[in-house]
Write a protein that binds this ligand. Structure first.
Ligand code: 5GP
Ligand code: ZN
Length: 114
């Protein structure tokens, strides 16, 4: 069994409802939502951070973005707008080391801190 929390969710060993899934991507609600809509969009492949992408793996971000845009439409936040975030490493605020994109919407997001 994988030690990685998101690999365990993807494998179905931690019961979690998927709001979207395809061959490459799954998406589920954040357990500690920071906005009315807070979805994590996750590649099925175990990639630790966005810094690991490059060369052949650049398609991963396109897939995550396409899935996030679709979920935003289905969640009715596309007209008012939303925020997509990828935290990288300790200073970036990453706590789960399996690449994921946050989709946040349903309220006005604050300006980014300087
Ligand atoms: P990060 O800080 O790494 O960018 O984001 C990790 C996110 O995963 C956090 O927003 C956290 O609330 C969420 N999270 C942590 N554990 C679980 C879990 O077991 N299930 C779900 N659905 N989300 C989780
Ligand atoms: Zn993983």
């Amino acid at each position: 069994m994988s030690e990685c929390l998101f690999c365990r969710i993807i494998a179905g060993s931690l019961p979690t409802e998927f709001v979207y899934e395809d061959e490459h991507v799954v998406a589920f609600r954040d357990i500690n939502p920071a906005a009315p809509v807070h979805i994590l969009v996750v590649p099925r492949a175990h990639i630790e951070t966005v810094a690991d992408l490059g060369g052949d793996s650049t398609g991963v971000m396109s897939r995550l973005t396409a899935a996030a845009n679709r979920i935003a439409r289905e969640s009715d936040v596309d007209a008012d707008g939303y925020r997509l975030i990828v935290n990288c490493g300790r200073d970036g605020g990453q706590t789960v080391f399996h690449l994921h994109m946050h989709l946040l919407g349903g309220r006005k997001m604050p300006e980014l801190a300087a």
